[in-house]
Design a protein around this ligand. Sequence first.
Ligand SMILES: Nc1ncnc2c1ncn2[C@@H]1O[C@H](COP(=O)(O)OP(=O)(O)OP(=O)(O)O)[C@@H](O)[C@H]1O
Length: 573
Amino acid sequence: MKQYIKPYIPLIIIEVLLIALSILADLYLPRLMSHIVDAGVLRGNVPLILNKGVAMIGLAALSVILMTVAGLMAAKISMGFARDLRAGLFSHVLSLDFPSFETFGAPSILTRATDDISQLERMAVVALRPMVRAPLMFVGATYMCLTTDVKLSAIILISGPMLLAVVITIARKSIPCFRRIRELMDKINLHFRERLTGIRVIRAFGKESYEDKRFDEVNRSMRRTSEQVNNYLITMLPAFNLIFNLSMVAVLYFGAGRIHAGTMEVGDLMAFIQYVVQIMFALSMFSMLFAMYPNAKAAYDRIVEVLETPPAKENVKVTLPEEGETSLVFDHVSFSYPGAERPVLSDISFEVKAGEKIAIIGGTGSGKSTILKLIHRFYHVSGGEIRLNGVNIEDISAKDLRSRVGYAPQKAMLLLRSVRENIGLSHDKPLSDGETDRYLSIAQAKDFVHAAENGMDATVSQTGKNLSGGQKQRLSIARALAKEPEVLLFDDAFSALDFQTDKALRRALAPMTDRTATIIVAQRVMTVLDCDEILVLDDGKIISRGTHEELMKSSTVYREIAASQLGEEVLYA
Ligand SMILES: Nc1ncnc2c1ncn2[C@@H]1O[C@H](COP(=O)(O)OP(=O)(O)OP(=O)(O)O)[C@@H](O)[C@H]1O
C-alpha cells in the first residue's frame, strides 16, 4: 500500500501546512475578540475596535481560503490515490496464480476493486482534512485555554477524556459490524452474479422463489448488521451533546465567579468559551473519524490482503529456442487441487510430437480438462514432470510457455470486442482480412461471420451471448489457430458442433495439425477416430491406451462408449 501513498507525500505535506496555517488563524481570532471586548468595548476605544475588527475579518477570510485550497487538494490526492490503487490491484490480480485467485473468488475481488476502494477514496476525501485538523486544533485550543486561564482549564481535563471514552467504546463495538458488512457485501455480489449469469437456468428450473429466499437471508442479515452499527453511531451524538453542554455550564458558572472575584476579564471568558467550542469541535471531528474508520479499515485490510498475496512464482532457468522439434511429454505426472484430499491425476505418462494427435476420452470428472490446465501451468504438478521440447515447463517463463500453446477451452469465452480482435487476441497488431478469413475458414466460421452485418468487424457481445454455442466454439477454435502454436489443445471444443461441421472442421484442420502437437479432449468417439493414440481416463488414471482399432479390441470401457455412439454417428459420417 505504501507505494500508492508515496507519490502523494509532497501534496500531503502541503495539505498539512495549509491546514496548520488556517488553524493558527482560527486560534488567534478569539484572542483578537477578547482584546476588542476588554480594551475596546469596555473602555469605549472605537479606533481599536475598528482596527482589530478589520484584522479579524482578514484572518477569517484567510482561514476560509486556506481551507478551500486544502479541500481541493484533498480531493486531488484521494482521487489520484484511488485511481492508482485500482490500477495496481487490477494488474496484481492478473498476476496471481489460479489457486490464489480461486481462494478470493471473482465476486470478492470485484467488491474489493470497486466498493472497498471507493470506501478508502471517500475516507480520504472527507477525512483527510479532519485527520490533520482535529489533533492540531485540539492541541492548539487546549494550549490557548491554558494560557487564557489555567484554573478554568481543569474543566476540559475532565470533559475531554469523557468524550474520548465515548468515542473509543463506540468504535470498538462497531468495528466487527463493519467487517461483517463487507463480507455480506461479497455475498450479495455473489448472489447477484449467479442470479444474473444463471437467469435462464433459474427460470427454466422454476427456482425463482428458492433463489429469492436465499438472497433474502443475506439481505436481511445485511439490514440487521447495518441497523446495529447505526444504533451504536446514533448514541454518539446525544452523549457528545450532553458532555458539551455540561462543560459549557461549568465554564460559565466558574468563569462568572472568577470575573466577580476580579481574577478574569469578560473578554477572556468569551475567548475561553470559543476555545472550549474549538476543543469540542476537534473531538467531534475525532468521533466522525472513528465512525468512518472501522469501515475504511475493513476495506483497507481486504485490499491489502489481495495486494500482499504473492504473484505467481516464476523460476525461469531456460529460454526455449524458437526453432526445433516440438514434443510434449507427461512423465509420471500426478496432481491434487490445493486443499483437495484425493489426487485428481495419478501417474499420467504420454508423449505427443509435432504432427501427432493424442485424444483423451473418459467420463465426467475423470481429469481430462485438468491435464490441459497443467500444460498451461495454471497449476503446478504434485509429482512427476511435464516437458516441452525436452525442458521441464517449471523452468520456462509462463509467457514463453503459453505463447507456444493454442487452446480452445471447454467453455468458449469470447471478449467484448470485434470478431477480428477476438480471433487475433494473441497478436499485437490486428489481423488482416485474409488472415482472419483463413482461420475462420478452417474453424468453419466464415459463413456465419460474413452473413452478419459488419462481418468480421461485428462486435461479439460480452461472453458471446449474441452467438449460438456452436458458433462460439468455432470462433474459439479460430482464435486458438490464429496463435499459430506449437501445441494445440482442444478441450471438448467440438461438443456443440453438429456431426457434419465436426467432420468438415477436422478435415480443414489437417494441414495445421500436421505441424502441431495436438491433444483433443472429447466425449465423441467420432472426433478421435483418426488420432495416433487415444488415452482412456478413469478417475484420474489412464486405464487403456492405443489407437481406435486397438482399443476396440482391448478396452471394454472404450468399446462400450463407442458402441453407444457410433451407430448414430456413422449415419452422418
Ligand atoms: N479448480 C478446482 N478446484 C478443485 N477441484 C477441481 C477444480 N477443477 C476441477 N476439480 C475437480 O477435479 C476433478 C476433475 O475435473 P476435470 O474438469 O479435469 O474433469 P473432466 O474429466 O474434464 O470433466 P468433464 O468431462 O465433466 O469436463 C473433478 O472431480 C473436479 O471436481
